[in-house]
Design a protein around this ligand. Sequence first.
Ligand code: EPU
Length: 346
Amino acid sequence: MLPFQERVELTQLNTFGFYSIAERYIKIESVDLLQQLVDHQHHSTDPLLVLGGGSNLILDDEVPGIVAHMRLRGKQLLKVAQDEVLLKVSAGEAWHETVEYAVNQGFYGLENLALIPGTVGAAPIQNIGAYGVELQDRVVSVEVLDIHSNSLHHLTKDQCQFGYRDSLFKSLDPGRYIILSVTFALTRNPTPQLDYLALKEQCEMLAQGVTITPKHVFEAVCAIRQAKLPDPNHLGNVGSFFKNPYVDPSTYAQLMESYPNLVGFVEADKYKLAAGWLIEACGFKGYRSKSVGVYDKQALVLVNYGQGNRAQIEALAGQIYRSVLERFGVALEVEPRYYPALILSE
Ligand code: EPU
């Protein structure tokens, strides 16, 4: 018999802090137990949610089926050379602690991704990114359990098909693979990535004339995030609520004519617009509706003031979506995952 618990509260297990009850809950601390669960699923029609840090999820009050709480732990150094360190980390490890561990060991590469909430196993799903670095820049392979065959595989970085806040796990083949561990390629050679201007400035301030090290980058990223983004332990949120939308060059040129202060960045043959700017321009920064709202220091982040729930967030997100569409002709895309999935109606 699998050790299921009935009707378990998930309020503390999602960073929005939404009150939510799982019909059935199971804590996964071994691959063996996970394979038993997948076996069980082959004979069941219950939906399965694999829960990491709950930092990219919008949960409903009731979550039907099974919630498998990923708690696989452990870190393993597969190779330590001056110019290449291969670090394998289990899915249930906390992301920020992993970054901190790497920086403290003198293994560089993850420091720009400091303070991102969530677990290592969730990081490849939306290819987390911040301050000029994306997870895909540091991943070698991802170890998975294929639910179809209940067998273990290593997917190479290319097989993961990473994109902007996207991957095989999120959109091409969702639900098929359960991530067990991620192997990163890091280096002992200090290689600060300082393309993001505010980060460069903050690092220069911290370094005070000496050479900027990845430790400075780590501290600078923490300081910038703390200044701009709400700490989910104090104010429920799931980070950026929408993706930054892409537009083609002619749309960009037209928008720039009407809105010369519009913030956008050229990327290959497209322009990526700052969704935060669009939302702020529609007057939503600091806006509050019932128990949810738009963060007053970063309009791309929606927050829960305490008694909020999915219905309230859905209503607010809809209001923002319509307003941005009406004013700029740009359709925003929600970044976190609604679970159970949203049923879209005309
Ligand atoms: N801006 C505004 N008003 C706002 C917010 C932003 O005008 O309220 C404009 C500013 O001009 C700012 C620009 O938008 O310079 C970009 O803002 P920011 O640097 O804060 O980054 P972002 O595009 O809003 C993205 C990621 C964040 C990541 C930061 C830093 C997405 C969806 N979000 O946000 O990731 O931390 O860049 O690299 O790509 C997350 O995914 O949850 C997340 C927090």
